[in-house]
Design a protein around this ligand. Sequence first.
Ligand code: GLP
Length: 234
Amino acid sequence: MKVQIVSDKQAGGQAGFRVFEDALQNGAKVLGLATGSTPVTIYEQLAASDLDFSQLTSVNLDEYVGLNADHPQSYHYFMQEHLFNAKPFAHSYVPDGSDLDAAKATSEYDQIIAENPIDLQLLGLGKNGHIGFNEPGTDPDSTTYKVTLTDSTIDANARFFDNADEVPRYAYSMGIGSILKAKQILIVAYGEGKAAAVAAMIQGPVTPDVPASYLQTHPNVTVILDEAAASQLD
Ligand code: GLP
């Protein structure tokens, strides 16, 4: 794993932008995108740039089950606001959270990923070491599936909702196996709250207890951290 330490989120946005720029220059056609607060500064840089995404495809990691695309807390909506309004792609895929038929929604999404192999996958990191919504204990070979969110993830995401009761309990997420198929992975984490997960991801054993630790098995991973997130690394 290539680790890059930056001074703050703004510098992380610029560093992340350069990873996208290089990937595009090297012919990337399919970008795997993520939500959460971490990628926002990268999206700001991408949205303000002169990069052209109109011939590219984006595939998002995950979506809450039960939220329509126009719900302000849906990941569809997030992507519109933070990137797609400024930079439309030829095709943008996000799991369909309005489809309550999990078997259908997840197999359709696997088909989309199979038809659009991801060149560069952007990831944030959960405090408990999750990637996408792959919580501790997830099978490393998993493809898209319906996830029961842990209490820690529900609490962490409650800040975006009026109260914790409104946070959906389920999500559709790409599996760890789907994520590891991407040719290149960029994972970003900021703040002291992520420091333990960062250390476990990079220096701990590869274990289902820390889903992000499986990134150690991938040949092309870039990690962007601020100093607080890097503070528990040796
Ligand atoms: C959510 C998302 C993840 C994200 C994580 C961290 O659970 N499903 O994709 O990485 O939160 O979010 P944040 O970047 O806001 O810390």
